[in-house]
Design a protein around this ligand. Structure first.
Ligand code: GLA
Length: 386
């Protein structure tokens, strides 16, 4: 990561021959609270030490000229004609431009070179990192005056309107508000948040990348959202103040479970339980009780796998292997699901053994070579001097 800044800056200089503004934008983990954000619930993410670095400067060409280092692709974008690109990454850039313009802000031409070390499709939110980094850069270049909350909303709208994923606000929010050595408990309705210290040298956050990314992820994500909404419609008849699953409780859900599809019932049950787990897990953190915290991670995984059905065979195998390892406190799939990473809390002394055993067993059970990362909690997106 440390080499990335000079590398991206050099590439920018060689392409555009002027000094760029440099922005560093992190990926994220989520400790607990999955698929709760779009139900107006609670999440507990943190920004990590895997980043996208962006080099940006204003140009006189009146167009956005963007180069993705990792894809080795360039796209020139007309600021008045932001039609969909066949290059997936370009649609994030176009989306950010378009949503910024919808806010009544005037953009001029700019040049962009970006690249990073957040694995794509691994559930670490490389897309939110691109969105957040771009917004912070544009905000500085064109003095847009956006707050960080506003930027998070613009990033989310970019996903909805230009990428086709009706995501919640978690990824964009943590990208822009993360702090080093802290996890952030976010109320996804009010966008109020609390930071909890998370800096135990004896406990590591270990990510196991299953290396699968099923293309179900986007379509099934939107289906889950609809299923939650249809559960809300049933409950609303009895409690009109219920706007979202956030407002419901398990008692009410149980009372009306026969009036909804069994699948819808299970989706709602998972969300209500997971929201409660976030609150309970934060109390564990206050007490320094990582054993209890870890148990909740397992429960979260069970719910995601059995009731919410967004896991997959490979993620389940990773959690199964992990749970038998010494020093393992908790393990669960992370992010949208259907592939990507599991997040594991592992006692430091056991981390090397954990890595070795998980790699070996996962390879023998699935034929796939996992990638394993030990992560550090870092700050959110920032403009950086080299
Ligand atoms: C994806 C979405 C988030 C959130 C998670 C699941 O990362 O972008 O908004 O819904 O899935 O918790």
């Amino acid at each position: 990561m440390t080499d990335l800044l000079p590398k991206i800056r050099r590439l920018f200089l060689s392409k555009f021959d002027k000094e760029p503004l440099m922005v560093q934008s992190p990926g994220r983990v989520n400790l607990i609270g999955e698929h709760t954000d779009y139900n107006d619930g609670f999440v507990l993410p943190a920004a990590i030490d895997k980043v996208i670095v962006l080099a940006m400067a204003v140009n006189d060409a009146g167009k956005a000229r963007a180069y993705s280092v990792d894809m080795n692709e360039s796209v020139v974008m007309d600021l008045d004609d932001l039609h969909k690109s066949d290059k997936h990454w370009a649609n994030y850039v176009k989306g950010i431009i378009s949503e910024t313009q919808k806010e009544g802000k005037k953009l001029k031409g700019f040049d962009l070179v970006f690249g990073g070390d957040i694995p794509i499709g691994a559930g670490l939110s490389s897309s939110a990192a691109l969105e957040g980094g771009l917004l912070v850069g544009l905000d500085r270049l064109f003095k847009l005056g956006f707050t960080r909350k506003k930027m998070a909303r613009i990033g989310q709208l970019t996903e909805h309107n230009h990428v086709g994923v009706n995501c919640g606000i978690m990824d964009q929010f943590i990208n822009l508000h993360g702090e080093a050595n802290k996890v952030l408990k976010l109320d996804c309705r009010s966008l109020e948040y609390d930071l909890y210290p998370f800096e135990r040298d004896d406990i590591k956050i270990v990510l196991c990348n299953s290396k699968v990314s099923h293309n179900l992820a986007d379509s099934e994500y939107n289906v889950r959202r609809e299923q939650c909404e249809s559960g809300v419609e049933v409950l609303q008849k009895y409690e009109p103040k219920i706007k979202n699953l956030r407002d419901a409780d398990l008692e009410l859900l149980e009372a009306h479970r026969n009036e909804m599809d069994e699948v819808v019932y299970r989706r709602c049950k998972y969300v209500l339980e997971e929201n409660q787990r976030v609150h309970d897990a934060c109390r564990d953190l206050e007490k320094g009780d990582f054993k209890s915290f870890g148990n909740r991670m397992f429960q979260s995984h069970q719910g995601l796998s059995k009731d919410y059905e967004v896991s997959c065979k490979e993620l389940d195998v990773l959690v199964e292997i992990a749970q038998d390892q010494p020093g393992l406190l908790g393990s669960r799939m992370m992010g949208g699901g259907f592939g990507g990473c599991t997040i594991n809390l592992v006692e430091e002394a056991f981390v090397e053994d954990f890595k070795e055993t998980v790699s070996r067993e996962y390879k023998s059970r699935t034929g796939i070579k996992a990638e394993i990362y030990i992560t550090q909690i870092n700050g959110g997106t920032e403009i950086t001097e080299e």
